[in-house]
Design a protein. Structure first.
Length: 293
């Protein structure tokens, strides 16, 4: 079940999602202090059975039935309403160890095709708010694909990524081939998906897939992700969402069309109160007070 409780209404807010157990937390910040309220959404568990990846015993797998549109859509809708940034994370041992193979093994083509199996996963990419993935431990298969959907990816030193679908006679189905190729290039994406081998946090950063590797320590990646989310949440949300759209256009459009999109969004900001306030504050050497309008 999903439970939602309110401690107090303050802003700016950041939402926090854990796909490992699919636990939803809303981190509510009100500068200069930070207030936190926690919501929990517990999804079904499943043990890891991947012979090749060998994630820790008991690591959870992302389950399609746990991400059905009615359940997941409700979670995303609630965390998106009024929140300014979203952090997705798992546990120290596993961000998400991939799909539940026991659930998938007996499915037929007509079943997965007609029911649009995994297609609804893309809903997360439709959220306008910035999404930060805080990855620790294993992010394999669907877990890696989920991390690739984030706008910013922070990795702990223990993070291990992989698209091992070829080892069980299938291929990536949640965007792995497309997003991974855009992140690390065709040749490297081919090597990784055709061999199914894992790569570490340092490689992910060197290849441009992750933003950075955080310091050692339990929970360090989540703390840094929340700090980053709070920093973003303090900006003009009109500008933040427009900037996210502009950067995404670089991956979804050609150069000329992308430049037109960027200029259109840039010109659009001149119709906002936040642009007037931000530039006035800069000229007056004071801190801007954005109203997100």
């Amino acid at each position: 079940m999903m439970s939602f409780g309110v401690l107090r209404k303050v802003a700016p807010r950041t939402a926090f999602i854990s796909p490992h157990r699919f636990t939803l937390h809303l981190f509510v910040s009100c500068l200069p202090s930070t207030h936190i309220r926690k919501h929990t959404y517990i999804m079904p568990r499943a043990r890891c059975r991947s012979r090749d990846a060998q994630p820790p015993k008991g690591a959870q797998r992302t389950q399609h039935r746990a991400l059905q549109r009615t359940e997941r859509g409700s979670a995303l809708h609630r965390c998106g309403q009024g929140d300014r940034a979203i952090v997705i994370t798992g546990s120290e041992k596993a961000f998400a160890a991939g799909a539940d193979i026991k659930e998938m093994k007996d499915k037929s083509f007509s079943d997965v095709y007609q029911n649009k199996f995994l297609e609804s996963w893309q809903d997360i990419t439709k959220i306008r708010k910035p999404i930060i993935a805080a990855v620790s431990g294993y992010a394999l298969g669907g877990g890696c694909e989920l991390a690739l959907m984030a706008d910013i990816l922070l990795a702990s030193p223990s993070a291990k990524f992989g698209q091992p679908e070829v080892n069980i006679g299938t291929i990536t189905g949640g965007g792995g081939s497309q997003r991974l190729a855009r992140a690390v290039g065709k040749s490297r994406a081919m090597e990784l998906t055709l061999t199914g081998r894992m790569w570490n946090a340092q490689e992910a950063v060197a290849w441009g897939m992750a933003s950075r590797v955080v310091g050692e320590g339990e929970g360090a990646v989540v703390r840094e992700a929340i700090e980053l989310a709070v920093e973003i949440a303090a900006k003009s949300q009109v500008a933040v969402q427009a900037q996210k759209e502009a950067v995404n256009a670089a991956f979804e459009q050609g150069l000329s069309e992308g430049l037109r999109t960027e200029r259109r969004l840039f010109h659009m900001t001149f119709a906002t109160a936040d642009q007037k306030e931000g530039m006035a504050a800069f000229a007056e050497k004071r801190k801007p007070e954005f109203t997100n309008s």
